[in-house]
Design a protein around this ligand. Structure first.
Ligand SMILES: [Zn+2]
Length: 100
């Protein structure tokens, strides 16, 4: 695990409220796409490290226009468009590491 990944992992374990990838990007001064890539890896390594006792929890993205919730995302990302109303006004997913 690279050190930035470790730092993001530590930070996400210590926060009280979930953060968006944009928040994380600002804190670590990296690109948002890079954050999503790190989160994908972090999700896997957390499962391995804590044998399922801790997890990277994703509060799913939500359409701000019609309220549609993107529940079945395979990977952490922000969808570009709502499948129901086609709005692009999407509330981004938020992330936190929790005991489960
Ligand atoms: Zn919608």
């Amino acid at each position: 695990m690279s050190s930035i990944r470790q730092r993001i992992t530590k930070m996400l374990s210590e926060i009280e409220e979930p953060l968006t990838a944009e928040d994380i990007a600002r804190m670590f001064e990296i690109d948002v796409n890079e954050v999503y890539e790190h989160l994908g890896h972090i999700a896997k390594s957390i499962r391995r490290m804590y044998s399922g006792k801790k997890a990277l929890v994703m509060v799913p993205p939500r359409c701000r226009k019609c309220g549609y919730i993107f529940k079945d995302l395979e990977k952490p990302k922000k969808p570009s468009k709502c499948p129901r109303c086609k709005s692009e006004w999407i509330e981004p997913p938020r992330f936190i590491i929790k005991n489960i």
